[in-house]
Design a protein around this ligand. Sequence first.
Ligand code: MSP
Length: 649
Amino acid sequence: MAGKETFYITTPIYYPSNKLHVGNSYTTVAADAMARFKRLTGYNVWFLTGTDEHGQKIQRQAEAVGKTPCDFVDEIVAWIKDLWQELDINYDDFIRTTEERHKEKVARIFTHFYEQGDIYKGKYEGWYCTPCEAYWTERQLVDGKCPDCGREVELIAEEAYFFRMSRYSDRLLDYIENNPDFIQPPSRKNEMINNFLKPGLEDLCVSRTSFDWGIKVPFDRDHVIYVWLDALSNYITALGYGEEGSIFNTYWPADVQLIGKDILRFHTIYWPIFLMALDLPLPKTVFGHGWLMLQEGKMSKSKGNAVDPMMLVNRYSSDALRYFLLREIPFGQDGVFSLESFLTRINTDLANDLGNLVSRTLTMAERYFDGVLPQPAQDSEKSDMELRNIALETPAVIDSLMNELRISDALTELWKLVRRSNKYIDENTPWELAKDPGRKERLGTVIYNLIESIRFIAVMLCPYMPRTPERIWEQIGLTDHKSLQNWDSLQNWGGIEPNTVVARGEDLFPRLNLQAEIREVQGIPPVSGQIASNAAEENEGLINLEQFQLVDLRVAGILSAEKIAKSDKLLKVELDTGGGERRQVVAGIAEHYRPEELIGKRALFVANLKPVKLRGVLSQGMLLAATGEDGKLALTTVDRDISPGSRIS
Ligand code: MSP
């Protein structure tokens, strides 16, 4: 790595208070695309993400579900790591604020601030928003609620340590004004200056005593360090700040710190002030991106409308979701997530434009040249030159857009090449050329140029859609030709050798039936499998009626039942679900009921579970049963003869 320019990029560290929704995944996907882009273009990259595990909010949520904070966060962190794996997030380090390497350094930082007189002891009396972990003055509240999230705030009065923010505010103001790249996009800068710096910074309360899930103040152990001071420090503790031989000096200051606009204040006021107090340089850019909204408003776990990224990845692939997130929303602005716009992008950009380009070209290469890449002619026609020029110019255009974090614009540029290539097919009508044996050489040139253009596209796709290029390399015979997959290989046209053997593979992105998809996905509960814990966050273990109504509970009549081969537990049960309909479910009750005992019973079942196969047998719902103290199951039923299909509400 010696000699390479470094690039350090971070995401916010997420609260493992709940599984993440697609909005949370957005920052991490963007950071990953940036990190991959910089690696591809020759940088020595360090990409950090992680989890923010302390604080009152997490402690309360753990209590609400009867778990220790430790057990509670461990489970969610494991899920978050799985999600990042599914989304191909290639981070270099994942920091958890509960790790010793972090806690020990935060304690030292706190002591250092205290010893140099930045921190003093006093009493805090004021408002606190636990979901945001933020202090507010009376004057800052909006209608008595948190000005950031609009939720209830609590009045707290406790002994606390304070950080003298005012000591550094003039220096910070100067810095922000003299370093236009520091806060991005520029519109966010004025918001910080006018709303927070100009009115004068209040000293910040940096410890709490009314709960204990946090890092203890080393010299006053009744206090835990304020979760934002703890969390913000992750960006340097993860690099081994203060440790001999660590990578800290290699990577700090960060090149880009990506965050959502809601946490800008913490990153462009508190964070730089803490760094100034440590005598460290400030990050080069803090970029506050917009929100991913739903048509009906903000995506929120409490509204029960949070879209589950895991479901989208499993159903439509991580590349499709990454492409949508990066392409649909101009980075920095708010954008709307709707299943319809997501599926439309898949059908237009991925299936029609990219997928068709690859499949049409390879079909022709096979049909007209038996899959052996022809030698192109020396002379070029106008369309050849246009295609070649745009291919050769696109990498530099993308490079400059990416350096401005204009990720969506970079993809738009790449798609210009995809579309130009499709147009090249239409202009040259290879199927007409193929009819005339005298035009075989021209036909060969057209096919060669198309495959070379596909190679350019595949290289440039790597940061955004890491899996698709692999599939393209396979089809165009370049899996083992790493030197034709790198950024430098885009300096010259004509890298792929004639005689390379190509073979059409599966369609990259088959077209989807929009209406059928929407119907099916709407039947899947949002952020599946975690309704209870979402609710726990907001309502201490309670769910609301809307959430309950997501489960379609019905009465069914049992028509027949039989054992499933090689299984002690499973029965295949046929149900009368009303209106002349029948359904088959697989029930884990074989050890508790003989098949013949079940026939004629009325039982309750969940009608809107996604169908699954168990032991190869289709199950279209779930029969409900209670477990007795002896461990035996009892089917739940109704206490009078009621028609199959009746809804339970
Ligand atoms: N733990 C703090 C960050 C500490 S960083 C030192 C935190 N965590 S969070 O889990 O609540 O949010 C993490 C990030 O997700 C934030 O950048 C936030 O803006 C982002 N998002 C949450 N919902 C989002 C959308 N709907 N859309 C886009 N980003 C969203 O804050």
